[in-house]
Design a protein around this ligand. Structure first.
Ligand code: LFR
Length: 487
């Protein structure tokens, strides 16, 4: 096997980025080429302000990043693209019809009730195995149908597939991301019967392809415009960012849990088969498809969104917030009277987060955290509590003997969060890598290009060797038992 360079496009909630990795000879070196904002774009729609993807702006940054990557590299052979799940663009005759909606937009409520009036949520769960999240693609499409816009489209492409289409001219639906739409059946095919029941068009999403397959060569005009090597191809990676992140968790899945912690905390285990039973449904656990046909049995926990939205609010109020300092202060601050429910749907939309958290406490007759440091402490304690609770659920519902928990993504950089999570779990937390998503994206490309061995264990071993995790041991129970856990 030789060595070569691969680019990863990773569109995350606070930022998008293009990364460049050199892989081969048992090594993986990865660095950032460019980074750009990726916040929702609010646009007036005649009645209200709706949240959209700024997809043309992002595509311009992606093009710049790929061009810079080509100039910095001697041997760029592949490009992989990932983003958060569920969102899509509608097309007609190959043209994008409008700016894709951002899943945090409020339009989904009507879609949810329309779907649940037609099919009982328990039956829906038996078919698609997905946790209820109001923004699952199936609800978004239903909202789109009600708005009258769905009928205009002859095709839908999930966001990484849309970018891949613009780069190659080829359309496909990558399987890991397809599994978050709510429209994949237990047999792994599009559930046409469900689509018909809901009155949704069948065949809207193109053919499924597996992570690791080649989407196609980059279009000749783009090769010229960006100065890319003529042989470069786009690989369909595990294009759902969480699927990519879990590829890069350096774990033994039989005895480990994981928390992929960025904007969301994705908390669970990796298993061979779907776990679809009433207990899993009530605990709102999902079965998302990963690379190599593995299943991510996990639950969404609100994640660092609670913190980043709080920081954004304080900055709107004119305060300059230096995160490392606020985290130090939080460590010294009093823990809250009680953990709050991080997953209260009130916290889902953008806006004044500290006020909503304070309201959560006062509406229950509890004292709200006083001041920024106490608020940050309450957020981290409550997240750690939710993480621990969901790891326990994942272990017991799936029958996995979890002994250690890996924390990857931006949250793995937050030492207080890692320590509090270890305390509440009573188990070691292994932190890192921070850039798990981009690394997982690269690993699938590298396997496809035969730069590393084509199996998940070797890929994880390479991560463990390249980015040795930091270990947080649980402290004595005294550190946590003063707090009443939210149930
Ligand atoms: C994480 C993530 C989650 C998904 C949410 C919305 O970035 O992809 O896995 O539930 O975003 O798509």
């Amino acid at each position: 096997r030789g060595r070569a360079e691969l680019a990863a496009v990773d569109l995350g909630a606070t930022s998008g980025r293009v990364m460049l990795a050199r892989v081969g000879g048992g090594r993986l070196d990865i660095r950032e080429v460019n980074r750009f904002g990726n916040g929702p774009l609010p646009i007036w729609d005649g009645r209200r302000t709706a949240l959209h993807w700024d997809i043309p702006g992002l595509y311009a940054h992606i093009r710049d990043g790929l061009s810079a990557a080509a100039h910095q590299s001697t041997d760029l052979v592949g490009i992989g693209i990932d983003s958060w799940a569920v969102d899509y663009g509608l097309l007609r005759g190959g043209r994008l019809l409008g700016l894709p909606y951002h899943y945090r937009d409020e339009r989904n409520h009507a879609g949810v009730s329309a779907v649940h009036q037609t099919i009982d949520p328990a039956l829906l769960y038996a078919r698609n195995g997905l946790q209820f999240l109001p923004f699952n693609t199936v609800y978004q499409l239903m909202a789109e149908k009600q708005a009258g816009t769905l009928g205009l489209a002859d095709q839908a492409l999930l966001i990484p597939d849309l970018i891949g289409y613009w780069l190659t001219g080829r359309t496909a639906t990558e399987r890991t991301n397809a599994s978050t739409t709510g429209l994949l059946g237990a047999d792994g095919n599009w559930d046409n019967e469900l689509e018909q029941t809901l009155g949704l068009p069948t065949g809207l999403f193109p053919t499924l392809i597996e992570p690791g397959s080649t989407l196609g060569p980059v279009l000749p005009e783009i090769i010229t415009q960006l100065g890319l090597p003529s042989s470069v191809t786009v690989t369909a990676v595990a294009s759902h960012d969480t699927a990519s992140a879990v590829v890069a968790v350096p774990m033994q899945p039989e005895s480990a849990g994981y928390i992929s912690c960025g904007t969301w905390g994705l908390v669970g285990v990796e298993v061979a088969d779907r776990v679809v039973n009433p207990g899993a449904r009530v605990a709102n656990f999902t079965n998302e498809v990963g690379a190599d046909g593995r299943i991510r049995f996990l639950r969404n926990v609100m994640g660092l969104w609670l913190l980043s939205e709080s920081v954004r609010q304080w900055e709107r109020e004119g305060v300059t917030v230096e995160l490392p300092r606020v985290l130090d202060e939080a460590e010294q601050a009093h823990p809250p009277a009680e953990l709050f429910d991080t997953d209260d749907p009130e916290f889902l939309t953008p806006g004044d987060m500290p006020a909503r958290i304070a309201q959560w406490y006062t509406s229950r007759g509890l004292p709200a955290p006083a001041g920024r440091a106490a608020m940050v402490r309450a957020i981290l304690e409550s997240l750690a509590g939710a993480f621990a609770r969901r790891i326990r659920d994942a272990a017991s519902l799936s029958g996995t003997g979890v002994e250690v928990v890996h924390m990857v993504g931006g949250g793995s950089r937050n030492r207080l969060l890692c320590q509090l999570t270890a305390d509440r779990l009573g188990m070691p937390v292994l932190a890192g890598p921070v850039e798990a998503t981009a690394i997982g994206n690269i690993l699938i490309s590298a396997r496809a290009k035969e730069l590393i061995a084509d199996d998940p264990e070797s890929a994880r071993a390479l991560v463990a060797a390249t980015f040795p995790p930091e270990r947080f041991e649980p402290r004595a129970a005294a550190h946590t038992h003063h707090l009443k856990a939210f149930r």
